[in-house]
Design a protein around this ligand. Structure first.
Ligand code: 4NP
Length: 172
């Protein structure tokens, strides 16, 4: 899926969820830490939410606790997804089908649309699932908002597998 990106020296990746306080900051935290040693390509990670509910807030405390317990360090301030991201980013990786649909609504060209994926499409074990088929639901990172820490742990496990698969695909 990422053949064209492998020739770039710098790849910009934006993680997208609804509130930008639980899932996408965790995905950004994990990927940001995993790419620290990478120079070719250099990977620059950010995140946003499709809603304006939490603009300017830090990440959810259970999200922060989960990624810090796993050894990742990351500062976050929530922002809303903007269609400027189509010009600024190489990949826009959505957590669920509704985030993906909203992001695609803002796309203006095939080039824009080609940047949009579900993050879990990069999980090597799930690579054969078509996101627009009925099985697409299996590629979702479920919303842990309002849930206990085990839901955040499950989100972390999904993010770990998907970001490992993503980095394998970006490796030259
Ligand atoms: P996130 O979780 O999309 O993973 O950041 C949510 C956070 C807040 C809300 C919904 C989901 N909310 O409705 O405020």
């Amino acid at each position: 899926m990422l053949e064209k990106l492998r020739v770039k020296d710098e790849i910009r990746i934006e993680m997208v969820c609804l509130g930008n306080i639980c899932r996408s900051p965790m995905a950004a935290a994990v990927l940001h830490n995993k790419v620290q040693e990478m120079v070719n390509p250099k990977v620059i990670v950010s995140s946003s939410g499709t809603s304006n509910y939490h603009i300017g807030e830090g990440a959810h405390k259970l999200s922060v606790r989960t990624w810090e317990n796993a050894g990742y360090k990351y500062d976050h301030s929530a922002k809303q997804f903007s269609k400027r991201s189509f010009a600024e980013q190489d990949l826009i990786l959505c957590m669920d089908l509704s985030n993906r649909a909203l992001v695609l609504t803002a796309a203006e060209s095939d080039e824009d649309r080609a940047k949009v994926f579900l993050l879990r499409q990069f999980d090597s074990a799930l690579k054969d699932i078509d996101p627009v088929s009925r099985q697409g639901e299996e590629l979702v990172v479920p919303d842990p908002w309002g849930m206990e820490s085990d839901a955040f742990e499950e989100v972390l496990a999904m993010i770990e597998r998907a970001t490992d698969g993503l980095l394998k695909q970006l490796a030259k």
